[in-house]
Design a protein around this ligand. Sequence first.
Ligand SMILES: Cc1cc2nc3c(=O)[nH]c(=O)nc-3n(C[C@H](O)[C@H](O)[C@H](O)COP(=O)(O)OP(=O)(O)OC[C@H]3O[C@@H](n4cnc5c(N)ncnc54)[C@H](O)[C@@H]3O)c2cc1C
Length: 580
Amino acid sequence: MIDVLIVGGGGAGLRAAIAVAETAPELTVAVVSKVYPMRSHTVSAEGGAAGVIGIDDSLDEHCYDTVSGGDWLCDQDAVEAFVREAPRELIQLEHWGCPWSREPDGRVAVRPFGGMKRLRTWYAADKTGFHLLHTLFQTTLRHPWIRRYDEWYVTSLVVDDGRVHGVVALDLRTGRVEAIPARAVVLATGGCGRVFPFTTNAAIKTGDGMALAYRAGAPLKDMEFVQYHPTGLPFTGILITEAARAEGGWLLNRDGYRYLQDYDLGTPTPTPKLRSMELGPRDRLSQAFVHEQDKGRTIDTPYGPVVHLDLRHLGAAKIDARIPFVRELCRSYQNLDPATDLIPVRPVVHYMMGGVHTDLDGATTIAGLYAAGETACVSINGANRLGSNSLPEILVFGRRAGLAAAAFARSHREGEPPAVRSQGDDERRRLERARDGSSVGSSGGERIADLRERMQHTLEGAAGIYRTGDALAKAVDTLADLCERAGEARVEDTSATFNTELITLLELRAMLDVARTIVACALGREESRGAHQRVDFPARDDDAYLAHSLVHRAPDGTPSVGLMPVTITCWPPGERVYGR
Ligand SMILES: Cc1cc2nc3c(=O)[nH]c(=O)nc-3n(C[C@H](O)[C@H](O)[C@H](O)COP(=O)(O)OP(=O)(O)OC[C@H]3O[C@@H](n4cnc5c(N)ncnc54)[C@H](O)[C@@H]3O)c2cc1C
């Protein structure tokens, strides 16, 4: 039996695996991933990772920026642990070989980032995620006893009597379905941006881990908080990193005017080097775009309205030195050169602040089950994550979850319960039925792509940058209906080997479960806070809603939403003002 089984080979999963391997070499540890680990979404992170390093900076300031950026919905004890441990993790990565960019004098280079008042974002040019994940991956290779299940898709958790006992997974190469018994399980499956039609997220970000935990009885937290990033390329949704604005890029409307000066964004910093209105927090910038659109000051394109990101004044040399990937992406996907051309951009779904409810060590409400990274909500991001806080988050809490899972596995040495085999058999039969088409109902089943598109547009319409109760209430019904229809959707491919169509169906069902929680939580929160803006309740309401949304799956499959207090340690709720 495996002691610690980690679902996910991205930054959080690999960091957890290393923590177990280094501190508890007597334990067996395995990483299950639906893609080869280096293809996890972490690889695409561009801009950087925040951690206090400058002599003019302090842990307190990083905490305050994070808490106020999150509109006071962050748990402040979690933020304090995160901020304290982030620099240590980034230095640890350096020791494992991560090539952080340097100042000419050899010190680690740091850049400004949205909503951060100090320079504290470490970076490796604008390919930070690639280098970070590579460093973690090569470090796992130093521990050959970390067992890997590459291209295995986890379909369910084995839970018996309130405790996890492993997972059931499908080997994509052979189609074999196996129950893998484990003493502790860490979910590190990333986010779920794909529930929306226009996103920076890779196709694999379908919220599987959130759905696995939710179906097994663990609550999800703060699912209504969906982050739009203000600068995605139209059509593809490819991200143009905030680093482009950190290096001095401007946002211009159709009149060539830096429109952000008209909005309450301020400058997030007292130092002149950071004085740029373009570095406001992401929620405010995305909201400003909608107001520009309403005023008719955006530019229409076949792929929706856009504004322009202007990097021309930076010059080719600086662009090549600091943000070469931006130039590469613009040339390949937009057929333009940012050294001479304006880049069309529009807000794009980027990140989920919510996820599986955990404590500071990644523990969920199910014994032996942990979660870390974007799939989890610990919660340091509150109502709006600050750019560059997620990479250090996956390191800090990936490590913590790994250590806690190892401790759990050490103290629970019982053998495999019968539930592992019986739940494995049930799941095998269920998947075989889906694959051979016998689960298709009398309607003959609908196409997976049609249902997915319907789900995505429902989410965009109801749970986008601005929301209303009416639209959300309608979306609740539409999604319930889609869920039922997805239960009977058609799989035409009956082969066992790399049956990606079957996986697509399983992902759709996971996304629908997650989508229903997003909409239910958004409907329940009758206020506006951070990324959750209700047109019908425009003000923040601390009396009623300085609280997390906690959503359970009711026995009939519908989401049931409650509230849970926020932990406040040092920073009482205040107004979000920048440039203090
Ligand atoms: C384009 C882009 C740029 C970004 N830039 C930055 C940045 O500069 N700074 C920053 O702080 N943050 C950034 N972020 C956010 C950050 O990169 C992510 O939040 C973070 O990397 C998530 O890491 P993770 O380990 O939680 O998940 P991921 O890296 O997404 O890994 C998830 C893993 O789970 C596995 N998995 C999922 N479902 C299953 C299943 N059913 N069975 C088996 N395995 C499964 C996958 O195979 C994968 O290995 C960016 C995000 C994007 C999309």
